[in-house]
Write a protein that binds this ligand. Structure first.
Ligand code: UD1
Ligand code: CA
Length: 450
């Protein structure tokens, strides 16, 4: 089969009033990625030749997100919100390019998959002018109903305009549509606003195609593919579906999870072979975990790279910019940020390592803190390899600790420590013999007098 050229038009001009949020609807995230980004990724994966995004006025942030995910995506502004067909026509220059296929996707259906989009387009190459993605929701209320007669799709009826008999139809409009490029503009330009809401409904494309003696078809999908997000509840439901998909994919790729239902993943989390993830671990975005690493319970990772055979947690927090070399160990209550921790290095207990590099096989004692912030600016701490930082040390950045150096516990290190040196940055211990005995005898004297 030859690959047909296709322009995707993603509708994202809605305000999302029902989300009760100042953030435009399509910028809300599931699995660490905006709704719009999920849709754009699925569209890109389905090998379209160009992508257009329709945004509302004053939605520069939506246009910026589109550009970030699909560099070169063309954004069009729908000045007034007058319905889904009106929104598609805001991208008229894209329609005028007469691609063979036009794919119309809503920006608030983050669970759509590329394979579903490809199935939707298939009837176009067999001559259909309009293809609608149908599904059978548990509760059809709110959706447009697909009116089928003699096996042929004849109309889509919006709920507000549906008769009782039409409302009883279980097959609904998922909202995603494919149009033959040769007829798309002619069909769209004939859509009027003669309905309850006085909107230009994209769904009227079906009846108009029939009037033009063109064929309309339905392709069925699972409810999850077309779940539209209008509320925070639906956002949470979509998150749950996506987490299930991500966990399943991770398990199938060979990750061991003791309690997968307690592990939260991001759409871009990547794992090597023989990775073990204990219960209650949260992966924010941009995390990669290499072969043989173990992430112990109750750890939180984001923007971190975990090297081969590393051990992280329990109760560790790896923040963005963390890079762990092979076999590094980050233990309980250790927080890292912008920290390169080389192979075999260890920070096993109660530490903050930020804006730092730690050389291979260095040991960071319990309670070590890199004091990276002086109240105005951030500074770096550089620790060489095979070094030993004693417990409860404050490393006041900017500071460098050389290879093989030792820092005594309880130190406050404010100056560089050369390689192989010992630095003791604390007050010398004072011992006063029998001091407590004298104190006690003074106390008993006082009591007798009183
Ligand atoms: C739409 C369909 C309905 C279908 C349902 C599936 C129409 C008329 N109805 O209804 O048949 O069952 O989706 O979820 O198409 N948008 C714009 N500009 C506008 C209007 C909408 O960009 O002027 C965008 C919205 O941001 C949203 C999408 O189009 O991403 C769908 O709009 P929405 O108002 O949610 O349509 P529904 O009433 O859900
Ligand atoms: Ca909707």
């Amino acid at each position: 089969m030859s690959i047909r050229d296709c322009i995707a038009i993603v509708l994202a001009a809605g305000e999302g009033t029902r989300m009760r949020s100042s953030l435009p609807k399509v910028l809300h995230a599931v699995a660490g990625r905006s709704l719009l980004a999920h849709v754009l990724r699925a569209v890109a994966e389905s090998k379209v030749s160009a992508t257009a995004v329709v945004v509302g006025p004053d939605q520069d942030a939506v246009a910026a997100e589109a550009e970030r995910v699909v560099p070169g995506a063309q954004c069009f502004v729908q000045r007034e919100r007058r319905g889904t067909a009106h929104a598609v026509l805001a991208a008229r220059p894209a329609l005028e390019r007469k691609a063979q296929d036009i794919l119309i996707v809503y920006g608030d259906t983050p669970l759509i998959r590329a394979e579903t989009l490809n199935r939707l387009r298939a009837p176009l190459s067999a001559g259909a002018a309009v293809v609608v993605l149908g599904f059978r929701p548990a509760d059809p209320s709110g959706y447009g109903r697909l009116v089928v007669d003699g096996g042929k799709l004849v109309a889509i009826r919006e709920e507000a305009d549906a008769s009782e008999a039409e409302k009883a139809i279980g097959l609904c409009n998922g909202g995603i549509m494919a149009l033959a490029g040769a007829h798309a503009l002619a069909i769209l330009d004939r859509i009027g606003d003669n309905n309850r809401k006085r909107e230009f409904y994209l769904t009227d494309a079906v009846e108009i195609a029939r009037e033009m003696k063109l064929a309309a078809a339905v392709v069925e999908a699972e409810e999850d593919d077309v779940r539209g997000i209008n509320t925070k509840t639906q956002l949470a439901e979509a998150e749950a579906v996506l987490q299930q998909r991500l966990r399943k994919a991770a398990l199938e790729a060979g990750v061991t999870m003791i309690a997968p239902e307690t592990v939260y993943l991001s759409a871009d989390t990547t794992f090597g072979k023989d990775v073990v993830i204990e219960p209650y671990v949260v992966f924010g975005d941009k995390v990669t975990v290499e072969d043989g690493a173990v992430i112990h319970a109750f750890s939180h990772l984001a923007g971190a790279h975990v090297g081969k055979k590393c051990s992280v947690g329990p109760f560790a927090r790896l923040r963005p910019g963390t890079r762990l070399g092979e076999g590094a160990r980050i233990g309980n209550f250790v927080e890292t940020k912008e920290a390169a921790i080389a192979a075999g290095a260890k920070a096993n207990h109660l530490s903050y390592i930020g804006d730092a590099s730690v050389g291979a096989n260095t040991n960071i004692g319990a309670g070590t803190i890199t004091c990276n912030f002086d109240g105005a600016a951030k500074h770096r701490t550089t620790i060489g390899q095979e070094a030993f930082i004693g417990s409860n040390t404050a490393l006041v950045a900017p500071v460098e600790i050389g290879d093989g150096a030792y820092v005594g516990s309880g130190s406050v290190i404010t100056g560089n420590v050369p390689a192989d040196a010992l630095a003791l940055g604390r007050a010398r211990q004072v011992v006063k013999a029998n001091w407590a005995t004298r104190l006690r005898s003074l106390k008993s004297l006082g009591k007798k007098k009183g």
